[in-house]
Design a protein around this ligand. Sequence first.
Ligand SMILES: [Zn+2]
Length: 447
Amino acid sequence: MTAQQHHDQGRAAWRLDPWDLIYADASITGLDPARQGYSSLKALLKSQSAVSRVFIDEFSRAGRDVLEWFRLAALAKRLGMNVLGASDGFDLSSPTGEMMLHVLGMFSKFFVTQLREKVHRGMTGAARRQTCLGRPPLGYGLVPKRDAQGRPMTGHDGRTINELAIDSATMSHVMLAAERFADQGWSYGRIAKEFIRLKVDGSDGWRPRSIERLLANPLYIGVAIYNRTRNVRDPETNKRITMLNPRHQWEIQRIPRLRAWSDDQWKRVRRRAYRLRRGKRQATRLSRGQKFPTTLLSGNLWCSCGQELKLVRSGRNGAMGCFHGLYGVNGCTMKTVKARSIVEEAVLAHVRQFLLSEAAVDRLVESANRALAEEAKRPREDLRPKAAEVDRLMKRRSRLVTALAGEEQDDMAEIEPSALNATCLNVSETKWRCSSTAQHGNRDATT
Ligand SMILES: [Zn+2]
Protein backbone atom coordinates (compact mmCIF):
# COMPACT_ATOMS: atom_id res chain seq x y z
CA MET A 1 0.00 0.00 0.00
CA THR A 2 1.41 3.38 -0.88
CA ALA A 3 1.48 6.35 1.40
CA GLN A 4 -1.30 7.92 -0.68
CA GLN A 5 -3.54 4.93 -0.14
CA HIS A 6 -2.86 5.11 3.56
CA HIS A 7 -3.78 8.70 3.44
CA ASP A 8 -7.05 8.02 1.67
CA GLN A 9 -7.86 5.22 4.05
CA GLY A 10 -7.31 7.51 7.00
CA ARG A 11 -9.53 10.15 5.49
CA ALA A 12 -12.22 7.60 4.61
CA ALA A 13 -12.26 6.17 8.10
CA TRP A 14 -12.58 9.64 9.51
CA ARG A 15 -15.50 10.45 7.20
CA LEU A 16 -17.40 7.27 7.94
CA ASP A 17 -17.15 7.27 11.71
CA PRO A 18 -18.15 10.52 13.32
CA TRP A 19 -15.99 11.10 16.38
CA ASP A 20 -17.33 11.34 19.88
CA LEU A 21 -14.62 13.13 21.76
CA ILE A 22 -12.08 15.70 20.73
CA TYR A 23 -8.95 16.55 22.64
CA ALA A 24 -6.80 19.45 21.63
CA ASP A 25 -3.76 21.30 22.88
CA ALA A 26 -3.11 24.75 21.49
CA SER A 27 0.35 26.29 21.35
CA ILE A 28 1.97 24.00 23.87
CA THR A 29 5.18 22.25 22.98
CA GLY A 30 4.65 18.70 21.80
CA LEU A 31 7.67 17.78 23.88
CA ASP A 32 5.60 17.97 27.01
CA PRO A 33 3.58 14.78 27.55
CA ALA A 34 1.86 16.42 30.53
CA ARG A 35 -0.20 18.56 28.14
CA GLN A 36 -3.76 18.71 29.33
CA GLY A 37 -5.50 17.45 26.17
CA TYR A 38 -3.03 14.68 25.60
CA SER A 39 -3.09 13.45 29.17
CA SER A 40 -6.90 13.48 29.19
CA LEU A 41 -6.84 11.36 26.04
CA LYS A 42 -4.49 8.89 27.67
CA ALA A 43 -6.60 8.74 30.81
CA LEU A 44 -9.67 8.03 28.65
CA LEU A 45 -7.89 5.24 26.80
CA LYS A 46 -6.92 3.62 30.07
CA SER A 47 -10.37 3.89 31.63
CA GLN A 48 -12.81 3.16 28.84
CA SER A 49 -12.58 0.15 26.63
CA ALA A 50 -15.46 1.45 24.47
CA VAL A 51 -12.96 3.45 22.44
CA SER A 52 -11.95 1.47 19.39
CA ARG A 53 -10.00 3.99 17.39
CA VAL A 54 -8.02 7.12 18.03
CA PHE A 55 -7.57 9.62 15.21
CA ILE A 56 -4.76 12.05 15.44
CA ASP A 57 -4.69 15.00 13.05
CA GLU A 58 -1.12 14.14 12.27
CA PHE A 59 0.42 11.27 14.12
CA SER A 60 3.74 13.03 14.51
CA ARG A 61 1.81 15.73 16.38
CA ALA A 62 0.84 13.31 19.12
CA GLY A 63 4.12 14.26 20.62
CA ARG A 64 7.56 15.28 19.58
CA ASP A 65 8.95 13.01 22.21
CA VAL A 66 9.61 9.67 20.54
CA LEU A 67 9.53 7.72 23.81
CA GLU A 68 6.04 9.06 24.37
CA TRP A 69 4.91 7.73 20.97
CA PHE A 70 6.01 4.26 21.80
CA ARG A 71 4.19 4.50 25.11
CA LEU A 72 1.00 5.60 23.35
CA ALA A 73 1.33 2.87 20.70
CA ALA A 74 2.02 0.21 23.33
CA LEU A 75 -0.98 1.35 25.36
CA ALA A 76 -3.24 1.26 22.30
CA LYS A 77 -2.04 -2.23 21.36
CA ARG A 78 -2.51 -3.53 24.86
CA LEU A 79 -6.12 -2.28 24.86
CA GLY A 80 -6.74 -3.64 21.35
CA MET A 81 -7.26 -0.21 19.83
CA ASN A 82 -5.99 1.30 16.64
CA VAL A 83 -4.27 4.65 16.27
CA LEU A 84 -4.76 6.48 12.98
CA GLY A 85 -3.11 9.61 11.72
CA ALA A 86 -5.73 11.48 9.70
CA SER A 87 -3.51 13.55 7.45
CA ASP A 88 -0.25 11.62 7.41
CA GLY A 89 -1.91 8.26 6.80
CA PHE A 90 -0.43 6.57 9.82
CA ASP A 91 -2.13 3.30 10.74
CA LEU A 92 -0.77 1.38 13.69
CA SER A 93 -2.59 -1.86 12.88
CA SER A 94 -1.36 -1.99 9.28
CA PRO A 95 1.59 -4.28 8.45
CA THR A 96 3.87 -1.30 8.15
CA GLY A 97 2.51 0.43 11.27
CA GLU A 98 5.36 -0.59 13.56
CA MET A 99 7.94 0.40 10.99
CA MET A 100 6.24 3.74 10.34
CA LEU A 101 6.38 4.40 14.05
CA HIS A 102 10.15 4.17 13.95
CA VAL A 103 10.52 6.11 10.70
CA LEU A 104 8.27 8.94 11.85
CA GLY A 105 10.08 8.92 15.17
CA MET A 106 13.39 9.35 13.42
CA PHE A 107 12.15 12.31 11.39
CA SER A 108 10.49 13.89 14.38
CA LYS A 109 13.65 13.64 16.44
CA PHE A 110 15.60 15.20 13.60
CA PHE A 111 13.05 18.03 13.35
CA VAL A 112 13.24 18.76 17.08
CA THR A 113 17.04 18.75 17.06
CA GLN A 114 17.07 21.18 14.16
CA LEU A 115 14.51 23.42 15.81
CA ARG A 116 16.45 23.45 19.04
CA GLU A 117 19.62 24.31 17.21
CA LYS A 118 17.86 27.21 15.45
CA VAL A 119 16.40 28.57 18.68
CA HIS A 120 19.77 28.28 20.37
CA ARG A 121 21.48 30.09 17.49
CA GLY A 122 18.86 32.87 17.62
CA MET A 123 19.27 33.26 21.39
CA THR A 124 23.06 33.36 21.15
CA GLY A 125 22.80 36.04 18.45
CA ALA A 126 20.42 38.09 20.56
CA ALA A 127 22.77 37.74 23.52
CA ARG A 128 25.69 39.00 21.45
CA ARG A 129 23.64 41.95 20.17
CA GLN A 130 22.56 42.60 23.78
CA THR A 131 18.94 42.66 22.76
CA CYS A 132 16.59 41.38 25.34
CA LEU A 133 16.13 37.71 26.16
CA GLY A 134 13.22 36.87 28.37
CA ARG A 135 11.97 38.61 31.45
CA PRO A 136 14.33 41.25 32.84
CA PRO A 137 15.70 40.63 36.34
CA LEU A 138 14.44 42.78 39.22
CA GLY A 139 15.85 46.29 38.95
CA TYR A 140 15.81 46.36 35.18
CA GLY A 141 13.22 47.26 32.59
CA LEU A 142 12.95 47.13 28.81
CA VAL A 143 13.43 50.21 26.66
CA PRO A 144 13.55 50.48 22.86
CA LYS A 145 17.10 50.15 21.60
CA ARG A 146 18.24 53.32 19.80
CA ASP A 147 20.78 53.76 17.05
CA ALA A 148 23.55 56.38 16.93
CA GLN A 149 21.05 59.09 15.89
CA GLY A 150 18.74 58.25 18.78
CA ARG A 151 16.04 56.66 16.62
CA PRO A 152 14.35 53.51 17.94
CA MET A 153 15.72 50.48 16.10
CA THR A 154 13.47 47.88 14.52
CA GLY A 155 14.20 44.28 13.58
CA HIS A 156 13.67 42.94 10.07
CA ASP A 157 10.13 41.96 11.06
CA GLY A 158 9.40 45.65 11.80
CA ARG A 159 9.07 45.18 15.54
CA THR A 160 11.04 47.46 17.84
CA ILE A 161 14.13 45.95 19.40
CA ASN A 162 14.29 46.19 23.16
CA GLU A 163 17.24 46.26 25.47
CA LEU A 164 17.72 46.23 29.22
CA ALA A 165 18.00 49.44 31.22
CA ILE A 166 18.18 50.14 34.93
CA ASP A 167 14.75 50.80 36.43
CA SER A 168 15.44 53.03 39.43
CA ALA A 169 12.16 52.22 41.19
CA THR A 170 12.73 48.48 41.42
CA MET A 171 16.51 48.78 41.63
CA SER A 172 16.09 50.57 44.97
CA HIS A 173 14.60 47.30 46.30
CA VAL A 174 17.58 45.36 45.02
CA MET A 175 19.95 47.81 46.70
CA LEU A 176 17.95 47.52 49.91
CA ALA A 177 18.16 43.70 49.80
CA ALA A 178 21.92 43.80 49.13
CA GLU A 179 22.55 46.18 52.01
CA ARG A 180 20.35 44.34 54.47
CA PHE A 181 21.96 41.05 53.49
CA ALA A 182 25.61 42.06 53.38
CA ASP A 183 25.81 44.71 56.09
CA GLN A 184 22.94 44.08 58.48
CA GLY A 185 23.01 40.32 58.58
CA TRP A 186 19.46 39.73 57.36
CA SER A 187 18.65 36.21 56.23
CA TYR A 188 17.24 35.38 52.80
CA GLY A 189 13.95 34.55 54.51
CA ARG A 190 13.72 37.88 56.29
CA ILE A 191 14.39 39.76 53.06
CA ALA A 192 11.75 37.64 51.31
CA LYS A 193 9.21 38.57 53.99
CA GLU A 194 10.13 42.24 53.67
CA PHE A 195 9.76 42.00 49.87
CA ILE A 196 6.31 40.47 50.30
CA ARG A 197 5.36 43.25 52.72
CA LEU A 198 6.54 45.89 50.22
CA LYS A 199 4.87 43.99 47.35
CA VAL A 200 8.09 44.27 45.37
CA ASP A 201 7.43 43.79 41.65
CA GLY A 202 3.74 43.45 42.60
CA SER A 203 4.44 39.95 43.83
CA ASP A 204 3.85 38.21 47.13
CA GLY A 205 5.61 35.09 45.92
CA TRP A 206 9.07 35.95 47.20
CA ARG A 207 10.85 33.01 48.77
CA PRO A 208 14.29 32.64 50.38
CA ARG A 209 15.48 30.79 47.29
CA SER A 210 14.38 33.59 44.93
CA ILE A 211 16.21 36.16 47.06
CA GLU A 212 19.31 33.96 47.05
CA ARG A 213 19.18 33.77 43.25
CA LEU A 214 18.50 37.48 42.94
CA LEU A 215 21.54 38.41 45.02
CA ALA A 216 23.76 36.06 43.01
CA ASN A 217 23.01 37.72 39.66
CA PRO A 218 26.24 39.23 38.29
CA LEU A 219 24.21 41.58 36.09
CA TYR A 220 24.17 43.96 39.07
CA ILE A 221 27.88 44.56 38.43
CA GLY A 222 27.31 44.75 34.68
CA VAL A 223 28.25 41.17 33.78
CA ALA A 224 25.71 39.27 31.73
CA ILE A 225 26.03 35.51 31.43
CA TYR A 226 23.83 33.72 28.94
CA ASN A 227 23.63 30.01 28.27
CA ARG A 228 24.91 29.19 31.73
CA THR A 229 22.37 26.46 32.26
CA ARG A 230 20.13 24.33 30.11
CA ASN A 231 16.89 22.56 30.86
CA VAL A 232 16.60 18.89 30.11
CA ARG A 233 13.87 16.38 30.75
CA ASP A 234 14.70 13.30 32.74
CA PRO A 235 13.18 10.47 30.62
CA GLU A 236 12.71 8.29 33.72
CA THR A 237 10.78 10.70 35.92
CA ASN A 238 9.64 13.13 33.20
CA LYS A 239 10.75 16.03 35.40
CA ARG A 240 12.53 19.07 34.05
CA ILE A 241 15.97 19.57 35.53
CA THR A 242 18.40 22.44 35.13
CA MET A 243 21.94 21.48 34.20
CA LEU A 244 25.01 23.68 34.33
CA ASN A 245 26.63 24.08 30.91
CA PRO A 246 30.40 23.74 30.57
CA ARG A 247 32.09 27.08 31.04
CA HIS A 248 33.31 27.47 27.46
CA GLN A 249 29.68 27.52 26.27
CA TRP A 250 28.77 30.51 28.42
CA GLU A 251 28.21 33.83 26.67
CA ILE A 252 29.80 36.35 29.01
CA GLN A 253 29.51 40.06 28.34
CA ARG A 254 30.47 43.16 30.22
CA ILE A 255 27.75 45.83 30.00
CA PRO A 256 28.95 48.71 32.20
CA ARG A 257 25.76 50.74 31.74
CA LEU A 258 23.80 48.02 33.61
CA ARG A 259 26.06 48.11 36.66
CA ALA A 260 24.24 49.06 39.87
CA TRP A 261 26.55 47.77 42.61
CA SER A 262 30.17 48.60 43.27
CA ASP A 263 32.65 45.73 43.15
CA ASP A 264 33.00 46.11 46.89
CA GLN A 265 29.26 45.70 47.42
CA TRP A 266 29.26 42.60 45.24
CA LYS A 267 32.14 41.08 47.18
CA ARG A 268 30.44 41.70 50.51
CA VAL A 269 27.24 40.06 49.27
CA ARG A 270 29.14 37.07 47.85
CA ARG A 271 31.19 36.66 51.03
CA ARG A 272 28.11 36.56 53.23
CA ALA A 273 26.43 34.11 50.83
CA TYR A 274 29.52 31.91 50.94
CA ARG A 275 29.63 32.01 54.75
CA LEU A 276 25.95 31.00 54.87
CA ARG A 277 26.57 28.08 52.53
CA ARG A 278 29.55 26.96 54.60
CA GLY A 279 27.47 27.27 57.75
CA LYS A 280 24.75 25.11 56.25
CA ARG A 281 27.31 22.48 55.34
CA GLN A 282 28.82 22.50 58.79
CA ALA A 283 25.43 22.28 60.42
CA THR A 284 24.91 18.97 58.67
CA ARG A 285 26.69 15.80 59.71
CA LEU A 286 30.47 15.80 59.48
CA SER A 287 31.78 13.87 56.51
CA ARG A 288 34.18 10.97 56.85
CA GLY A 289 36.96 13.17 55.48
CA GLN A 290 36.29 15.70 58.26
CA LYS A 291 36.04 13.12 61.03
CA PHE A 292 38.95 10.92 59.99
CA PRO A 293 41.16 12.95 57.64
CA THR A 294 43.67 10.79 55.80
CA THR A 295 45.46 13.60 54.00
CA LEU A 296 46.48 17.12 54.91
CA LEU A 297 43.43 18.70 53.28
CA SER A 298 40.81 15.95 53.70
CA GLY A 299 37.43 17.45 54.54
CA ASN A 300 38.50 20.99 53.74
CA LEU A 301 38.09 21.32 49.98
CA TRP A 302 34.86 21.65 48.07
CA CYS A 303 33.92 21.56 44.42
CA SER A 304 31.83 24.45 43.07
CA CYS A 305 28.93 21.97 42.81
CA GLY A 306 28.91 21.66 46.60
CA GLN A 307 30.41 18.18 46.86
CA GLU A 308 33.50 17.60 48.98
CA LEU A 309 36.69 17.04 47.01
CA LYS A 310 37.93 13.60 47.90
CA LEU A 311 40.79 11.28 47.15
CA VAL A 312 39.76 9.57 43.95
CA ARG A 313 43.03 7.67 43.81
CA SER A 314 45.09 6.83 46.90
CA GLY A 315 48.69 5.90 47.41
CA ARG A 316 51.88 7.68 46.50
CA ASN A 317 50.40 9.23 43.36
CA GLY A 318 47.10 10.08 45.00
CA ALA A 319 44.72 12.46 43.24
CA MET A 320 41.78 14.54 44.40
CA GLY A 321 38.59 15.19 42.49
CA CYS A 322 34.83 15.55 42.65
CA PHE A 323 32.79 12.35 42.47
CA HIS A 324 29.77 14.28 41.18
CA GLY A 325 31.87 15.42 38.23
CA LEU A 326 33.42 12.01 37.64
CA TYR A 327 30.01 10.36 37.52
CA GLY A 328 28.52 13.33 35.65
CA VAL A 329 25.72 13.86 38.20
CA ASN A 330 24.17 16.90 39.91
CA GLY A 331 25.20 19.20 37.09
CA CYS A 332 28.90 19.07 38.02
CA THR A 333 31.22 19.60 35.08
CA MET A 334 34.56 18.98 36.79
CA LYS A 335 35.55 15.77 35.10
CA THR A 336 39.27 16.06 35.80
CA VAL A 337 41.31 15.19 38.87
CA LYS A 338 44.44 16.81 40.29
CA ALA A 339 47.44 15.14 41.94
CA ARG A 340 47.24 15.41 45.71
CA SER A 341 50.77 16.80 45.92
CA ILE A 342 49.95 19.64 43.51
CA VAL A 343 46.76 20.55 45.38
CA GLU A 344 48.54 20.58 48.73
CA GLU A 345 51.47 22.58 47.43
CA ALA A 346 49.11 25.17 45.90
CA VAL A 347 47.12 25.60 49.13
CA LEU A 348 50.25 25.71 51.30
CA ALA A 349 51.90 28.25 49.03
CA HIS A 350 48.85 30.47 49.36
CA VAL A 351 48.87 30.08 53.16
CA ARG A 352 52.61 30.86 53.31
CA GLN A 353 52.30 33.85 51.05
CA PHE A 354 49.12 35.50 52.30
CA LEU A 355 48.24 34.16 55.73
CA LEU A 356 51.66 33.77 57.38
CA SER A 357 53.15 37.02 56.09
CA GLU A 358 54.03 39.69 58.63
CA ALA A 359 51.59 42.13 57.06
CA ALA A 360 48.76 39.62 57.47
CA VAL A 361 49.60 38.99 61.13
CA ASP A 362 49.75 42.75 61.71
CA ARG A 363 46.34 43.14 60.07
CA LEU A 364 44.91 40.40 62.28
CA VAL A 365 46.32 41.92 65.48
CA GLU A 366 45.08 45.34 64.47
CA SER A 367 41.53 44.17 63.76
CA ALA A 368 41.46 42.18 67.03
CA ASN A 369 42.55 45.28 68.96
CA ARG A 370 39.94 47.35 67.20
CA ALA A 371 37.21 44.88 68.14
CA LEU A 372 38.34 44.84 71.77
CA ALA A 373 38.45 48.63 71.93
CA GLU A 374 34.91 48.82 70.55
CA GLU A 375 33.73 46.29 73.11
CA ALA A 376 35.30 48.30 75.93
CA LYS A 377 33.66 51.50 74.73
CA ARG A 378 30.14 50.09 75.02
CA PRO A 379 28.24 51.66 77.96
CA ARG A 380 28.10 49.36 80.96
CA GLU A 381 24.70 48.26 82.10
CA ASP A 382 23.51 49.35 85.54
CA LEU A 383 22.98 46.13 87.51
CA ARG A 384 21.30 47.61 90.59
CA PRO A 385 17.65 47.40 89.36
CA LYS A 386 18.23 43.77 88.35
CA ALA A 387 19.71 42.89 91.73
CA ALA A 388 16.70 44.49 93.44
CA GLU A 389 14.38 42.48 91.19
CA VAL A 390 16.18 39.24 92.14
CA ASP A 391 15.90 40.17 95.78
CA ARG A 392 12.15 40.87 95.53
CA LEU A 393 11.47 37.61 93.64
CA MET A 394 13.55 35.54 96.10
CA LYS A 395 11.52 36.92 98.99
CA ARG A 396 8.25 36.18 97.19
CA ARG A 397 9.42 32.63 96.50
CA SER A 398 10.28 31.94 100.09
CA ARG A 399 6.93 33.31 101.20
CA LEU A 400 5.13 31.07 98.70
CA VAL A 401 7.09 28.03 99.85
CA THR A 402 6.22 28.76 103.44
CA ALA A 403 2.56 29.14 102.50
CA LEU A 404 2.49 25.83 100.66
CA ALA A 405 4.17 24.07 103.57
CA GLY A 406 1.18 25.22 105.66
CA GLU A 407 3.20 27.02 108.30
CA GLU A 408 1.88 30.38 109.56
CA GLN A 409 0.66 33.14 107.17
CA ASP A 410 -2.99 32.13 106.75
CA ASP A 411 -3.63 34.86 104.19
CA MET A 412 -1.49 32.98 101.62
CA ALA A 413 -2.97 29.56 102.16
CA GLU A 414 -4.89 29.58 98.88
CA ILE A 415 -1.79 30.01 96.72
CA GLU A 416 -1.77 27.92 93.57
CA PRO A 417 1.27 25.77 92.72
CA SER A 418 1.42 27.31 89.23
CA ALA A 419 2.07 30.72 90.76
CA LEU A 420 5.01 29.22 92.62
CA ASN A 421 6.33 27.63 89.44
CA ALA A 422 6.11 30.92 87.57
CA THR A 423 7.93 32.76 90.31
CA CYS A 424 10.68 30.13 90.46
CA LEU A 425 11.18 30.38 86.73
CA ASN A 426 11.22 34.15 86.97
CA VAL A 427 13.85 34.05 89.70
CA SER A 428 16.19 31.75 87.81
CA GLU A 429 15.79 33.70 84.56
CA THR A 430 16.50 37.06 86.18
CA LYS A 431 19.47 35.57 88.02
CA TRP A 432 20.83 34.16 84.81
CA ARG A 433 20.43 37.47 82.99
CA CYS A 434 22.06 39.24 85.87
CA SER A 435 25.06 36.89 85.97
CA SER A 436 25.60 37.00 82.20
CA THR A 437 25.58 40.81 82.29
CA ALA A 438 27.97 40.75 85.21
CA GLN A 439 30.37 38.47 83.29
CA HIS A 440 30.12 40.80 80.37
CA GLY A 441 30.94 43.72 82.61
CA ASN A 442 33.95 41.88 84.03
CA ARG A 443 35.29 41.16 80.60
CA ASP A 444 34.99 44.84 79.75
CA ALA A 445 36.83 45.70 82.91
CA THR A 446 39.79 43.46 82.07
CA THR A 447 40.25 44.70 78.51
ZN1 LIG B 1 31.64 18.86 41.59
